[in-house]
Design a protein around this ligand. Sequence first.
Ligand code: ADP
Ligand code: ZN
Ligand code: ZN
Length: 726
Amino acid sequence: MNILRLAIPSPLRRTFDYLARSPEDSELKPGTRIKVSFGRRELIGLLLEVVDKTDIPSDKLKPIIAVLDEKPVIPSYIIDLALWAADYYQHPLGDALFHAVPTYLRKGNSAHLAPHTVWCAEPLGAEKISSRASAQKALFELISAHEHGVSKAALTAEGANTALLSKLAASGAISEHEISATPNHPEHLLKEPPLALNTEQQAALHRITESEGFTSYLLDGVTGSGKTEVYLQAIHHCLSSGRQALVLVPEIGLTPQTLQRFHHRFRCDIVVMHSNLTDKQRFEAWSKAKSGQAAIVIGTRSAIFTPLETAGIIIVDEEHDGSFKQQDGFRYSARDLAIVRGHGEQIPVVLGSATPALESLANCHKQRSNHLTLRSRAGNAQAPTFALLDIRKKPLTNGFSSDLLALIKKHLESGTQALIFINRRGFAPSLMCHSCGWISECRRCDARMTLHQSPPHLHCHHCDSQRPIPRQCDHCGADDLRPMGTGTERAEMTLKQHFNDVPILRVDRDSTARKGAMDNIIAETLKGEPCILIGTQMLAKGHHFPKVTLVAILDADGGLFSTDFHGMERTAQLIMQVAGRAGRASHPGHVVLQTHQPDHPLLNTLTTQGYEAFAKEELLLRQQYHQPPFTHMALLRAEASTQGRSIALLQAIRDHFSPHAPYCQWSGPFPSPMEKRAGVYRAQVSLTAAQRPALQHLLKLICTTLETHPLANKVRWSVDVDPYDL
Ligand code: ADP
Ligand code: ZN
Ligand code: ZN
């Protein structure tokens, strides 16, 4: 009996067996799409293997419906990667595997793309057109103007009547040609010469390019130290040997500025994979990567599953960034999978950051990864200076101390720019009744609703609920409702009141929602005239503002006292990231942090000795408290529409398993930091163990139990291995 074992996109943690229809079916290769009936539906599955035995009774075994591909669409090393990830992250295998299948293919479309063709004029073509056919003549002339031919789409764009193409072709005046992939000639790869590297860059590049097979590197260098230049030259080395490069960037880091640097350097096919593409566009980019036509593939998290015909290097820029970890569903880390993939395909992997994740630094200490450091800024740029601005007992105007306002004035007067970072969009984080203390809370979340002024409304940033601004207090009816705290809109207003002669450019999700808005703000800033940029995280990443000499962080205290042990690390990374915007090129930068905690030890280490010293101290603390990366952690999360149900389930799991797993520390179950969100109640329990295999084994047992647990009936549960936040 020939049995086809398939992965099916379903929440069930197993494979599914179907009967081959013919001997040919049993010749099929893994990675082929197969249509089957599943329950009452028809679904597309992916063939994993052909076997000759199954536990399914033969009267229950259904034959497949159709085979969709002649050749596998997903190569085996991508299947292996996805299966590895399903196992490691405790995720249903079919669902994990289908993350590696482009949506276009998941929907059953043909994997063959129509070849790109162009129309070319024949040498004596003009003579073949009847003199009265003036429209055909016009079209012919248009085509002849294109020496190397022109596509139908381009002709349509030029306003031509393409309905006449077949007539012209029939008369022999024009002909259609398939354009083959532009071969990537090693000697023509560069559009611009590479920069002459400084000693540290050279050493780093040398280490990366001398490696054979898999080696993992951490390229650790402050912003502006020339990491990107090292990537570009490492990529050049890789392309020169006929191989392709995969570059992962954070979601927010895929800016036109980043792409431009690749396009300016290389004369090869570069494809970009991100979530704003249509299914078809994404599939086209994917196909170019898979066929080897695209020499460089740049993408966000999910691009880690892109097949490359001849992968030569994987680079993960800003490797510490949270967007590499998927925060729902299949909770994988693309950064960590990059290492797994590099190992599987025996190619080097470079993780780069100005503020490496503590686990990446720990991997270097354990000699699992090679630490390459760039300490000086490239070119002539100088490092910024830091100052803590003690705002205890100081009067604040919507979050600004008078010292800060004076500093901004000074920098603007000297002809440079200032950047103010504030991590809250909207006008004010909440609205409060001055009579009774009532606060505008979201009805669906344990959270306050943010007050927005343009346009005026209350908005919950957690569940997206919106409501008009009440005129009177919901509780006591008084009409004295006041905004509490400062968001970007209010900070912008405050700055406008103080500095009415320079542009104030606000950057947050609201101000940049319109297409092109962000580009305009960047263009305006790059003109170099004095201005003030004010914004959220969106400002902190990827952009280079050479004329910014003052960077101010309005509230540096936010993350210092988080209940999540990652809080301090994230705060330090954010501060350094924002600071990195200052003092590029030849203008030295000043970074000012407003704080109520000027004596906070880690804040002081960070600002006086830098991130490396901070990381060292923080790692010591993690070790003392037996926290990751010195232990391994997983979180069981649960959510339900009634309070208490999630906790009850997690408690039952803990009661059942903890007596048999003395190697594992349990913490919880507790309500999650925001227990109610979007109408559901959430809870979690964390498991920590010194040995990863023991923890993994336990998690498997827990998942199996949860799948059929009576209390799990109305609860959505999930496992989060190596959680990014708690
Ligand atoms: P990072 O990626 O570490 O932030 P970049 O590679 O973007 O740093 O370099 C910062 C700036 O310094 C860029 O303008 C870059 O062109 C320039 N630069 C990088 N390496 C060199 C070098 N070896 N010589 C001169 N300029 C350099
Ligand atoms: Zn009131
Ligand atoms: Zn809400």
